[in-house]
Design a protein around this ligand. Structure first.
Ligand SMILES: Cc1ncc(COP(=O)(O)O)c(C=O)c1O
Length: 419
């Protein structure tokens, strides 16, 4: 069985969540809007899921809207607040490092006359709360800043941002807490946000289920028209089993948070100190204000997609941390915003641990990652030297990324035949 270090992409469904869901996938299959016994039983399950998710986030049950995942919840938050605020203003403030479900949504809104301000971040991927405040004008209707980044694990100062936003009237504050929810205390009142997104599959709940917290009194227009479900904020027959599974997984994640966080921090430290020994490899993201189990690096001159392919063949599942597909030259918008040059950003690697990750797996993973990085770096240096001789000039960054691809394929083949 390969080692799984891609928990930021998704996690396995935990047994307790599956067991909580099973009755609603079998005997209690009713439509929660039906008035008969089957419907009432489904409704009771859904009501309880609202209560449990709300309790875990410090909210009230009516403030929770179940969705089909983080993407839908982010779309609902951003579009819903934008359209509801349109009569008052058109300015939306966000950052350059948001997940595409926020980043692409604001770009879509731009086509309808909304003005988008994308704030820069520092070398660690952090936005400055002063920059948020400086960007606010009387036309600002929405501020959307993620709580923790999915590529580099950096935590944003949301409570400080909220303190600045609250100095002005009528601005809706949204945070995407999809990556943060399993590992950080996510209390909507401590964070002082109006809208907050979570997704069940990041904390061992089912895929395709998410929730949006909507503070009572927040102006937000539904983005799906139809029935009266979720108090008219999200039409469509509810996924009761999904909601119940999400509630069970979230409750457990919150109860185990301190213990899981401490253990993952220790394992990540072991892993990163091993990877740091490889010449030229740099850690990305904030050194301290970061998710406990997310380790991210750049290996300049190498290709992240090819590195992950080689690691997969060697028995380790991980990712580049960006939407970049192997073989493509597209670089991460997050690393670009953190001002990594393209030739460095192309060598991105993300190893994300989860509650089920063991110390033995990390010891083996550290060895595999160090070995693969060293092999690829050495082959890349060798190829670059050969290429320089052939070209009769030093190798340029563009040539270097081409050699990285060739090297990765070599390494992958070598790893596969080594078993
Ligand atoms: C920060 C962040 N926001 C939103 C999403 C989208 O969530 P979902 O996959 O549930 O649509 C993800 C998923 O990777 C994420 O990491």
């Amino acid at each position: 069985m390969p080692i799984y270090l891609d928990n930021a992409a998704t996690t396995p469904l935990r047994r307790e969540a599956l067991e909580a869901m099973l009755p609603y996938l079998t005997e209690q299959f009713g439509n929660a809007s039906s008035l008969h016994t089957f419907g009432r039983r489904a409704r009771a399950g859904l009501d309880e899921a609202h209560e449990r998710v709300a309790r875990a986030l410090g909210a009230t049950p009516r403030e929770i809207v179940f969705t089909s995942g983080g993407t839908e919840a982010n779309n609902l938050a951003v579009k819903g607040a934008a359209w509801a605020g349109k009569a008052r203003g058109h300015r939306i403030i966000t950052t350059a490092v948001e997940h595409h479900s926020v980043g692409h949504t604001v770009r879509y809104l731009e086509k309808f006359g909304f003005e988008i301000v994308e704030l820069p971040v520092d070398r660690y991927g952090r936005v400055d709360p002063d920059d948020v405040e400086a960007a606010i004008t009387p036309k600002t209707i929405l501020v959307s800043v993620m709580l923790a980044n999915n590529e580099v694990g950096t935590i944003q100062p949301i409570a400080e941002i909220a303190a600045r936003v609250r100095r002005y009237k009528g601005i809706v504050l949204h945070t995407d807490a999809v990556q943060a929810a399993p590992y950080l205390a996510v209390d909507v009142n401590a964070l002082d946000v109006d809208l907050l997104t979570v997704a069940a599959h990041k904390f061992e709940g089912p895929k395709g289920v998410g929730a949006l917290y909507v503070r009572h009194g927040t102006n937000m227009l539904a983005q799906q028209q139809g029935g009266a479900q979720e108090r008219y904020r999200r039409a469509g027959t509810e996924d009761v089993a999904g909601a119940v599974g999400m509630a069970a997984a979230l409750e457990l994640a919150v109860a185990e948070q301190a213990q899981t966080g401490a253990r993952l921090r220790e394992l990540r430290e072991f892993l990163t100190s091993a990877v740091r020994t490889v010449d030229g490899v740099q850690e990305t993201g904030h050194p301290t204000d970061r998710l406990p189990g997310l380790a991210s690096f750049v290996a300049p001159g190498l290709h992240g997609g090819d590195l992950t392919m080689a690691l997969d063949l060697a028995g380790l599942a991980c990712s580049t941390g960006s939407a970049c597909v192997s073989g493509s030259n597209e670089v991460s918008h997050v690393l670009s915003a953190m001002r990594y040059p393209d030739e460095e950003a192309r060598g991105a690697l993300r190893l994300s641990l989860g509650r089920t990750t063991t110390a033995a797996e990390i010891a083996e993973a550290a060895d595999l990652v160090v070995r693969t990085l060293t092999q690829q770096r050495d082959s890349s240096a060798r190829l670059k030297a050969q290429l320089a001789v052939a070209l009769g000039r030093p190798v340029a960054p563009a040539d270097a990324s081409a050699t990285a691809s060739v090297v990765a394929t070599d390494t992958a083949v070598a790893e596969a035949s080594a078993g």
